[in-house]
Design a protein around this ligand. Structure first.
Ligand SMILES: C[S@@+](CC[C@H](N)C(=O)[O-])C[C@H]1O[C@@H](n2cnc3c(N)ncnc32)[C@H](O)[C@@H]1O
Length: 255
């Protein structure tokens, strides 16, 4: 596995026991995505399932559930709490599943970790049976803009990962043979200070930097970051963090 993927898997595995306690906004997004997911007969694949705390809702929409995740630690949590599903530790960009083997797909807040949207969508389309449907919620461009802008103000650097835009995901899905409808929605979490804001990312295991040109923040830059954040974005003494989420609703074309 490439070094970057190993780092991503390690961070999420380490955070797995705390994930459900800290991932409030991820829960809101997953439940919004679930409300869009059509039911299916047969196997429903959850890509990047994490701890699968919404397994009950997924199981109510299919007869068999299969969770795939890069992080073994996440899958252990999922396996401990859900007995009537199957779990595979694997990469969304290289699924160890036969072509046309699943009847539906779901994913929430995982696919943005893929290096190539095209490869992720090709793999998703390959394993879907013709006519299979799915809902994919993906963090996209416009996410964490407050952090990016403040970091640029202090030293011209970017802080945090950059994301593909929703059009990029939409056309990757269509090119892979998926009929696609998409919309984007912003979610905001609010924090009392910059440390708690940064910890909201770190505590769920999502702080792996995917670009190599990042310089880490020292204490001085952290104080400046907090100052800029307060100046430009604070409301009622609280700091916002925006998640811009693209919801793709996909149907695998009949050949
Ligand atoms: C923010 S969590 C979301 C978990 C769950 N879907 C939820 O909504 O609570 C992101 C998950 O994606 C997984 N992930 C990241 N990159 C992945 C990849 N390339 N293939 C499969 N899973 C991946 C991580 O290990 C992590 O469990």
């Amino acid at each position: 596995m490439p070094e970057l993927k190993q780092r991503i898997a390690r961070q999420f595995s380490r955070a797995a026991t705390m994930y459900d306690r800290f991932a409030d906004i991820q829960a809101d997004i997953a439940f919004d995505a679930l409300s869009l997911l059509p039911g299916c007969d047969g196997t429903l694949l959850d890509i990047g399932c994490g701890t699968s705390r919404y397994a009950k809702q997924l199981l109510s929409k299919c007869s068999h559930m299969l969770g795939v995740d890069l992080a073994y630690g996440m899958l252990s949590q999922a396996r401990d709490s859900v007995s009537n599903a199957d779990w595979i530790c694997a990469d969304a960009e290289d699924l160890p599943l036969a072509a046309q083997s699943v009847n539906g797909v779901f994913s929430s807040m995982a696919l943005q970790w893929c290096s190539s949207a095209e490869q992720a969508m090709l793999e998703c389309a390959r394993v879907m049976r013709p006519g299979a449907r799915g809902t994919l919620a993906i963090m996209s461009a416009g996410s964490f803009t407050e952090l990016h802008k403040c970091r640029q103000m202090i030293d011209g650097q970017l802080l945090g990962n950059r994301f593909f835009d929703s059009q990029h995901w939409h056309s990757a899905a269509e090119k892979a043979g998926l009929r696609t409808a998409s919309h984007t929605r912003a979610y905001t979490s609010w924090h009392p200070d910059i440390l708690s804001l940064l910890n909201s990312i770190r505590h769920i295991g999502a702080s792996t930097l995917t670009q190599t040109d990042h310089r880490p923040l020292n204490r001085r830059s952290l104080l400046r970051l907090e100052h800029e954040y307060e100046q430009h974005f604070a409301k009622n003494g609280r700091l916002p963090l925006t998640y811009n989420v693209t919801f793709l609703q996909v149907i695998k074309n009949h050949e």
